[in-house]
Design a protein around this ligand. Structure first.
Ligand code: AMP
Length: 466
């Protein structure tokens, strides 16, 4: 296994990598960086969490840093297209981190916010533009951005971009790219439409196919707790007040549920913020920043809002409500165990949610370990609720073809002894451990990483290059 020092990267990048304590390139980096440094096109089949951002950011920064050039207003040298604002922001952050010892400028262009600042940034001139397709096209059509000076084009999460209906926008943007350019293309899956797109876009690409050695769901410790709906909140508080909970993401099914739960957690002394589609882009970003800076310990999220969140050190994911789409389960738990850390995913399951649980277990091909009491037999009323759930729109149960936001993992999480530092919140069970309290106690012990669990060195946890 090569180290970063053996890759032919300029000194300012080596310094930035050392600052980040990155020593060993992940497989996608080990394959992509040399090819991209050779100015080859790259077709990378890789999921988020494999280190793909650095795989394209480092060779790009190397190229710009090795031969410094002046920027020109509105004419970037590098364009990175991402499907969502959140992902664009994260990519921008990565360029800032890896490029911090270089004098290069990058800008972000995405929708949902005013364009004034973005236009001003572009006017000042940037080396790297990270953009989402819709706003980029808007600014191109208004004459604020021209792509004629582009040297490198990156398309990140191409399959998600197509899922989100960006193909027409994408084709329009591609038609404006200069023919002489380097293209780096990343997608977690390769359906026929993506293959067609790669054929239009790439010239004699080096293919890098990174398939996880084990899927995320096998690497992340997963538990299910069978619970009454009314016990979920107190169980959650108990879990979140555990000593080993560094940062947690809690998933609810509805936006209202996310708000209510975050408020209740705050009231019981657990710093939390909600993030969902009804919040403005600014509010979402503030919540994410607060979580990243550890001002809040818990992010309560709905599925859509949580896609693409890349925050290291999320030790726990709690499914307060099980998702109706089993694939969402894989995406959700992929928020933990990132960047080489171990993660723990705990799911609450009421009798009415057992159908969802079965669909998830079928999809991931394993039974979740039960913490605490085994499920009680389903009552007639609960059977009725389950039938209602399964007829609900969006309650369809599909199986197969998990597209995981698979994290790679590595740096082991310390198995600290647990103690409750925080005073017990109102409504928490105490004293005799019966019923819900016993389940809570079991959940707490579930939250403790198993001592016998094998610790694997970061590099070997990364996906394997095929
Ligand atoms: P990505 O797949 O680009 O979303 O990266 C996933 C996470 O891995 C990010 O949080 C990076 O900071 C981290 N990461 C990327 N490359 C390395 C590396 N070589 N060693 C350790 N962590 C890394």
């Amino acid at each position: 296994m090569k180290t970063f020092q053996e890759l032919d990267l300029i000194a300012p990048l080596q310094r930035a990598l050392a600052d980040e304590n990155y020593e060993i390139p992940t497989p996608i980096q080990a394959q992509t960086i040399p090819a991209a440094l050779d100015q080859r096109d790259v077709l990378g089949c890789a999921q988020t969490g494999t280190g793909k951002t650095a795989a394209f950011a480092l060779p790009i920064l190397n190229r710009l840093g090795a031969e410094p050039r002046k920027t020109q207003p509105g004419r970037p040298m590098v364009l990175v297209l991402a499907p969502t604002r959140e992902l664009a922001i994260q990519i921008g952050d990565s360029f800032a981190t890896y490029g911090k010892h270089l004098k290069l400028r990058h800008a972000l262009v995405y929708g949902g916010v005013g364009q004034h600042k973005q236009v001003r940034d572009m006017q000042r001139g940037v080396h790297v533009l990270v953009a989402t397709p819709g706003r980029l096209l808007d600014l191109m059509n208004q004459g604020h951005i021209q792509l004629d000076r582009l040297e490198v084009f990156v398309l990140d999460e191409a399959d998600r971009m197509l899922d989100m209906g960006f193909l027409p926008d994408l084709k329009r943007i591609i038609s404006k790219l200069p023919t002489r350019r380097q293209s780096l293309f990343f997608s977690a899956t390769m359906p026929p439409k993506i293959v067609e797109l790669t054929q239009r876009l790439l010239r004699d690409p080096v293919s890098v196919n990174v398939t996880p050695k084990t899927t995320s769901v096998e690497r992340i410790e997963q538990r299910v707790i069978h619970a009454e709906r009314s016990d979920k909140q107190s169980m959650l508080r108990k879990i979140l007040s555990g000593d080993d909970v560094d940062r947690a993401i809690v998933f609810t099914r509805t936006k209202r549920g996310a708000n209510t739960l975050a408020e209740k957690l705050v009231k019981s002394g657990i710093p939390s913020a909600a993030i969902h589609g009804n919040k403005s882009q600014g509010a979402r970003q503030r919540a994410l920043d607060a979580f990243r800076r550890r001002q809040v310990q818990v992010l309560v999220a709905t599925d859509v809002a949580a896609r693409g969140i890349d925050i290291d050190g999320v030790t726990h994911v709690v499914n307060f409500d099980l998702p109706t789409e089993p694939e969402s389960y894989v995406h959700r738990i992929g928020r933990t165990g990132r960047a080489g850390a171990e993660g723990l995913a705990i799911s609450f399951c009421t009798a009415a949610e057992r159908g969802e649980l079965h669909a998830i277990e079928k999809l991931i091909g394993q039974k979740l370990e039960v913490s605490g009491e085994q499920p009680k037999p389903v009552s007639a009323a609960e059977r009725h609720e389950m039938r209602t759930n399964s007829r609900r729109p969006g309650g369809s149960r599909r199986s197969g073809g998990a597209r995981s936001g698979a994290p790679a993992s590595g740096q082991p999480r310390s198995a600290k002894p647990r103690s409750n530092k925080r005073p017990a919140a109102a409504g928490q069970a105490s004293g005799q451990q019966t019923g819900a309290a016993a389940v809570i106690a079991a959940a707490k012990s579930a939250a403790k990483p198993k001592a016998k669990k094998k610790r694997v060195r970061p590099a070997s946890m990364w996906a394997e290059v095929v």
